[in-house]
Ligand binder design. Structure first.
Ligand SMILES: *Cc1c(COP(=O)(O)O)cnc(C)c1O
Length: 350
C-alpha cells in the first residue's frame, strides 16, 4: 500500500473517464490552440453545466488560472481581498501580484478558512484616498484550503457585500467539484446566481491529468483574456488534451461522482482518526480534507512507519486528503495501523 496517498488529492492519477476521453481525442489530427471540436464541446458542456452562456478558457494549472483571472479584474494600483490562508496568498509565489503588475493583496481573517464579511467591510472601507491601493476584487476559495464550505446563504451574503463595495467576486474553485458534492447545490446557485464573476474550476485534483477551466460569467470581463493566457504561456497548442477530460467527465457524470466519493472517503477517514484517544478534529469535514490535531508522539511514529502527510498547510495541523482514487480498504488499513501504533504508545483509555 502506498503510504503517501493521503498527502494530497493531487497525488492521485487520471480517472478512467478522463483517460478514455484523452484516448478518443488522440484519434487523428485536430486544429490547434483551442480551435478544435473537443474544446468547443467542452465549453458547451460547461455552459450546460452552469446553465448560462459563460466564457470558458482552459489553462495548465491552478496558479495560472487564479492569477490570470485576478489580473484580468485588476489594474496595478488596485487590491485583492482574500483570506490569510488563501492559496493565492500562501502558495502561488506572488503570481497574482506579478501578472497584475503589482496589485496588492489585502488579507482578512475568518474562522475555518472562510472570510469574515465584517472584516472585508472594514478592510475595504477604512481608506478611500489615493495613497491606498483601491480594493477591486474579493477572492474566496470554495472549498476552502481548510476543507470547509461556504453555504449558499454565506455565499450570497458575500456576493451582496462585494457588490455593495464595487468589488468583483472571484472564486478559487480548485476543489469546486467537492463543494458541489458537499453542498448538493447546483453549479449556477454556487456561482453566478450568488454574484460570482469569475470561477477557476479545478480539474486536476478531481481526476484530470492537467486542466483548470477559467469561467467568466460576465462577457465584458473576459475580453482580451485569451491574450493574457497566451502571453503567460498558458495557451496550449494541443488544447484538445486539456479539453477532452472535461467532455468525458461531464458526459459520464464522473465530475460530481468523483467528488462525492472523495468527500465520503474523508468522512470515513475522519472517523478512523477520531477513534484514537487524543486525536481531535480541527475543522469540520465538509469536503475531501481532514484536519486533525495529533499527539506529537503519534505524528512521529506515523512518519517513522512511512506515512506521508503535511502539517504546514492552512492552520498548520496534520492534513489528510482523499481523492477520487482513495478506497475504503486503504482508509481501513490506515485506521488499523493507526490504532496499533496508538496502542503501542498506550494512548488508549482517553
Ligand atoms: C491545488 C490548489 C490550487 C492550484 O494549484 P496548482 O498547483 O497551481 O495547480 C489552487 N487553489 C487551491 C485552493 C488549491 O488547493
Amino acid at each position: 500500500m502506498d503510504k503517501t496517498m493521503f498527502a494530497s488529492d493531487n497525488y492521485s492519477g487520471i480517472c478512467p473517464e478522463a483517460l478514455q476521453a484523452i484516448v478518443e481525442a488522440n484519434a487523428g489530427y485536430s486544429r490547434s490552440y483551442g480551435e478544435d471540436a473537443w474544446t468547443e464541446k467542452a465549453c458547451n458542456r460547461l455552459r450546460e453545466f452552469f446553465e448560462c452562456d459563460c466564457d470558458v478558457f482552459f489553462v495548465f494549472n491552478g496558479t495560472a488560472a487564479n492569477s490570470l483571472a485576478l489580473a484580468s479584474l485588476c489594474r496595478s494600483y488596485h487590491s485583492i481581498v482574500c483570506h490569510e490562508v488563501a492559496h493565492v496568498e500562501t502558495d502561488e509565489c506572488g503570481a497574482a501580484e506579478f501578472f497584475s503588475n503589482g496589485s496588492k493583496i489585502l488579507l482578512v481573517s475568518g474562522a475555518a478558512g472562510k472570510v469574515d464579511p465584517a472584516a472585508i467591510v472594514h478592510t475595504v472601507s477604512r481608506r478611500s484616498d489615493i495613497h491606498y491601493p483601491r480594493p477591486k476584487v474579493l477572492s474566496i476559495s470554495q472549498a476552502t484550503e481548510l476543507g470547509t464550505l461556504y453555504s449558499v446563504t454565506e455565499l450570497e451574503h458575500l456576493g451582496e457585500t462585494a457588490r455593495r463595495h464595487q468589488l468583483a467576486l472571484h472564486v478559487d474553485g480548485a476543489r469546486f467539484a467537492n463543494a458541489l458534492a458537499g453542498l448538493k447545490e447546483s453549479p449556477a446557485t454556487l456561482t453566478w446566481r450568488a454574484g460570482v464573476d469569475v470561477l477557476t474550476f479545478g480539474g486536476t485534483k478531481n481526476g484530470m491529468p492537467i486542466s483548470e477551466a477559467v469561467i467568466f460569467f460576465n462577457h465584458q470581463l473576459a475580453e482580451e483574456f485569451a491574450f493574457r493566457c497566451k502571453q503567460a504561456g498558458q495557451l496550449a497548442s494541443k488544447m484538445r488534451y486539456l479539453a477532452a477530460p472535461w467532455v468525458g467527465m461531464l458526459e459520464k457524470g464522473s465530475l460530481l461522482a468523483n467528488a462525492l466519493h472523495a468527500n465520503s472517503c474523508a468522512q470515513l477517514l475522519a472517523k478512523q482518526l477520531l477513534r484514537i484517544p487524543g486525536v481531535t478534529l480541527v475543522h469540520p469535514v465538509q469536503a475531501n480534507a481532514v484536519f486533525v490535531q495529533l499527539p506529537e508522539l503519534l505524528l512521529e511514529r506515523l512518519r517513522q512507519a512511512g506515512w506521508h502527510f503535511y502539517t504546514f498547510i492552512g492552520s498548520g495541523h496534520a492534513r489528510f486528503m482523499c481523492s477520487w482514487q482513495t478506497t475504503e480498504e486503504e482508509i481501513r488499513a490506515f485506521g488499523d495501523e493507526l490504532a496499533t501504533i496508538a496502542a503501542e504508545l498506550k494512548l488508549a483509555g482517553g
